[in-house]
Design a protein around this ligand. Structure first.
Ligand SMILES: C[S@@+](CC[C@H](N)C(=O)[O-])C[C@H]1O[C@@H](n2cnc3c(N)ncnc32)[C@H](O)[C@@H]1O
Length: 851
């Protein structure tokens, strides 16, 4: 039975799924028959009132009005028309997008779900909620409305015998389609009673309590009686009999079945297969927090959950933590001494060591499937130990270590598909080809072109694998395990060979420019506008939502959009993400208010220098709202980061580059990959700064540029303004790079916009650098300067004291009449040339421009 997460209402659950755009993992699409088509089925029982699935699609507001009497919600041909707050809306789900809500079928007699509207970010979302308990294997249905749908008239014709084909008595109801028997069999939930009844199991494992009643344990105990099939995922009371069905498709099963009945080997291998299925099932339950866990040993009293139990990394059985040590001594899969070095290290590090940095890192990982992989892999534990020793007492490194561990946890999860379940196995030379295949799939290797889409990811993975192998070699050397030393050293050599080729690919990429069509400047600028609009609307609605619902999900949605907004206004996503409460609160004390619209915050970076972060006043308000909801939404009281996650951890924070990536993918940009590229980030920052200027400020900027351009702020959000926006951004960039000379004597009209964006710099072309440093690379060789261009000159350049003598003219405070609030964080080299070029611009602007 699906359990609601603690304290989470069905509506909050719906919001969480709306935000993440995901369907519940236990729902699946199945073909029913040629008449009804596909439908959605649950692989797990669902409690009444639970949120089940969202009907997603393209939403639009319709202008047509119907009489009040006809204000009825109806679904026709994937178009769901409905009324919300007095307005007529339509969700068009005709696009095949793999989401499940759109293929839920109609049942007007005994539907198990009802459609409700959930408001998120100012728009209605259609969500199905369970009307009653929905049994495992049942089809999800709801009432489409009162129209005379053609299939409803066929009801009477449906025969009862068709019903029997459905297999699951709980899902039986009046059939509403012309079922074809062999297709109808596809939707059987798999508990094939005739075959199971009265049969005895091949395996008499301690946990395999056969029970013909086929019922789950009482709720209080929360443990499953069934074993789960690793092939189809079904829960069965007699798994060994069930596996016979898959013998043709699964060589592992065929191999076991060929062994003599009751032989020791057969029992052991069957036990492995059973554990494999239970492990897969448990991972799903732990990930989704829905469903019942299957423990290796059932107890009448003990509750089974992720805290009381853990998987043995050797046999994959779900074992009580209390009995883990004694399990190790008899686990059939721990046979050699080689395995024991890991098991010893696991025992000592996980169960007996005093609270150390290493344990703090491990305990600080969020509780999800990825972290689960990390926590239960002996090699990753060893790596954590190594890294925490290496950075002894250096708390700032903890987040980086956690990130690396999670990347490796995800890698391990991906390896499961290749039957590798631990790093111990992953580092075996015979598995090296599987490692390379997995890296290729994660980093998007294009076989035809023979190159990676994400070279940086491939390089990072290769580098980390090598580091892990080195740690293992040291440990094995200390333990005098020669075989392990030899194997792992071979693995390192293979890595070097493989990744040497990768750097060669990288060079090839740089030498031969990519043949793909490159975007012209205008579409790129339009994409930036699209991103701007997306962030603006999301921020507004996230603010509205958090005022209504205070939940960790809604808090995260608001936090995510704020951090993304701050990142696009500034360079250096990594720095921005780590903004502290202290630096945010000090913004006024430090007299950093630079204009009525922008606020500067000084944040110390790695070298303890202050890095300016610009915020609009709207963002400051949003941040204040966010901060006021920290406690109620689950942020740890000691978490000092402004963008703290509501996960109860004192040191977690949302990462700017991940958040911005999300919005880039959401904003319907034509070329999202270019927005993601480090090569264009300067342009993004400039365009965003322009878009955030108020009309009067834009006017000053226009004057400065010698052109009476349209200065309505909203104008720049329109696609037509893309040309001007691109030109202004280009001028500002040229100014910053000291190459403004080439525009001398030209008005804005005369400036030619390059059709093609500048070629990528070698550093960022293939994204390798970008990937390693984050989406927006660190602002490494910059120093904290903010240049305010006043109209007219002179120039105000606040720089650290020791730099004053290098600036001409020296800072003189804000001059009259008004500063143009355009803040150009500049590099050391370009500071002086900017000052010169401003002088040139000034000479170019006719004096009558200044009223
Ligand atoms: C939103 S779609 C549902 C998914 C659809 N079954 C599919 O395979 O894509 C609606 C269509 O499904 C079919 N349908 C829905 N409920 C049905 C039912 N109870 N019996 C027969 N067909 C049904 C009708 O063809 C209807 O136009």
């Amino acid at each position: 039975m699906e359990m609601q997460k603690k304290q989470q209402t069905p509506e909050q659950d719906a919001l969480e799924h709306i935000v993440s755009c995901r369907d519940k993992p236990f729902l699946e699409e199945r073909l029913i028959d040629s008449f009804k088509g596909r439908g959605v089925f649950t692989q797990q029982a669902i409690e009444p009132s639970t949120f089940v699935v969202e009907y997603r699609g393209k939403i639009s507001r319709l202008k047509t009005r119907k009489s009040r009497r006809k204000h009825e919600d109806t679904l026709n041909n994937y178009l769901y028309e409905f009324y919300w707050k007095g307005t007529h809306w339509c969700i068009d789900a005709s696009k095949e997008d793999k989401t499940l809500g759109r293929i839920v079928n109609d049942d007007h007699i005994n539907p198990n779900c009802e459609m409700k509207k959930v408001e998120f970010e100012g728009t209605p979302h259609l969500c199905l909620f369970a009307l009653r308990e929905i049994s495992l294997g049942e089809e999800i249905t709801f009432n489409y409305g009162t129209s005379s749908y053609p299939w409803r008239s066929k009801l009477v014709a449906a025969s009862c015998s068709d019903e029997e084909e459905l297999g699951d008595p709980k899902s039986k109801r009046v059939s509403d389609g012309n079922y074809e028997p062999e297709q109808a069999a596809l939707i059987s939930d798999g508990d094939y009673k005739p075959e199971e009844a009265g049969s005895s199991s091949d395996v008499h494992g301690s946990d395999n309590d056969c029970d013909n009643k086929d019922t789950e344990e009482p709720k209080a105990v929360h443990q499953s009686r069934r074993n789960y099939c690793y092939v189809c995922g079904k829960g069965m009371t007699k798994i060994s009999r069930h596996l016979v069905r898959h013998a043709d498709e699964e060589p592992d099963i065929a191999k076991v079945l060929a062994l003599p009945k009751n032989s020791k080997e057969r029992k052991m291998l069957l036990n492995d297969l059973r554990n494999r299925g239970d492990y897969k099932h448990n991972q799903k339950v732990l990930k989704t927090n829905c469903g019942v866990l299957k423990a290796k040993r059932r107890t009448k009293t003990q509750t089974v959950n992720g805290e009381t139990h853990t998987h043995c990394q050797h046999c994959k059985g779900f074992i009580s933590r209390t009995f883990m040590s004694s399990h190790f001594s008899k686990c059939p899969n721990i046979s050699s001494n080689k395995a024991k070095i890991f098991h010893e290290s696991e025992k000592s590090s996980l169960f007996t060591a005093p609270l150390s940095d290493m344990q703090r890192i491990i305990l600080g990982l969020p509780s999800d499937e990825t972290s689960f992989m990390v926590k239960h892999d002996a090699v990753l534990i060893l790596l954590t130990q190594f890294l925490s020793d290496k950075y002894d007492g250096c708390q700032e490194k903890h987040e980086d270590i956690k990130q690396m561990l999670r990347q490796m946890g995800e890698f391990l999860l991906a390896l499961h598909g290749k039957s590798i379940f631990s790093f111990k196995d992953a580092l075996k030379p015979q598995n090296f080809s599987k490692i390379v295949e997995t890296v290729k799939s994660i980093a998007g290797f294009n076989e035809k072109k023979g190159r990676y889409k994400k070279t940086g990811v491939a390089l990072t993975l290769g580098q980390t694998l090598k580091e892990i192998a080195n740690v293992v070699v040291s440990k094995a050397e200390a333990d005098a395990d020669e075989e392990m030393v030899r194997d792992t050293k071979t693995f390192i050599k293979l890595c070097e060979e493989e990744w040497k080729n990768l750097s060669f690919d990288k060079k090839e990429n740089l030498l031969s420019p990519p043949k793909v069509n490159r975007p012209s400047t205008i579409p790129f600028t339009q994409d930036v506008q699209a991103l701007y609009k997306c962030l603006e609307t999301t921020l507004t609605s996230a603010i509205d939502t958090i005022k209504k619902y205070e939940s960790p999900q809604v808090y995260t949605a608001l936090c995510r959009v704020i951090v993304a907004q701050v990142v696009v206004l500034n360079k250096g996503a990594c720095e921005v993400s780590k903004m502290t409460l202290e630096s945010f609160q000090k913004r006024e004390d430090a007299a950093q208010v630079l204009s009525k619209h922008f606020v500067q915050i000084n944040m110390p970076n790695k070298t303890r220098r202050n890095v300016p972060v610009l915020l609009t006043s709207k963002l400051v308000d949003a941040l204040n709202l966010l901060l006021s909801k920290r406690m109620t939404c689950g942020v740890h009281k000691d978490n000092g980061f402004v963008f703290a996650k509501p996960d109860g951890s004192p040191s977690s924070f949302l990462r700017g580059r991940i958040c911005i990536k999300l919005f880039i993918n959401l904003c319907h940009a034509k070329n999202p990959e270019y927005l993601l590229s480090a090569n264009f980030q300067k342009r993004i920052v400039r365009v965003f700064q322009i878009l955030n200027l108020e009309s009067d400020e834009l006017e000053h900027l226009a004057k400065l540029l010698g052109r009476n351009i349209c200065t309505e702020k909203s104008y720049y959000r329109q696609p037509e303004a893309a040309v001007e926006l691109a030109k202004i951004a280009q001028l500002l960039l040229a100014m910053e790079e000291g190459s403004l000379e080439r525009f001398k004597g030209n008005s804005l009209n005369d400036i030619e916009i390059e059709d093609i964006l500048e070629p990528a710099s070698p550093k960022s072309d293939d994204g390798a650098e970008n990937e390693r440093q984050g989406l927006f690379p660190e602002w490494s060789e910059t120093f904290p300067k903010v240049l305010v261009l006043p109209v007219p000159v002179p120039v105000y350049v606040p720089v650290p004291m020791n730099m004053y003598s290098q600036c001409t003219p020296q800072p003189v405070g804000l001059p009259l009449p008004l500063p143009v609030p355009l803040f150009l964080p500049v590099t050391r080299d370009s500071a002086e040339s900017i000052v010169d070029t401003i002088q040139e611009i000034k000479e170019k602007i006719p004096s009558d421009r200044f009223e």
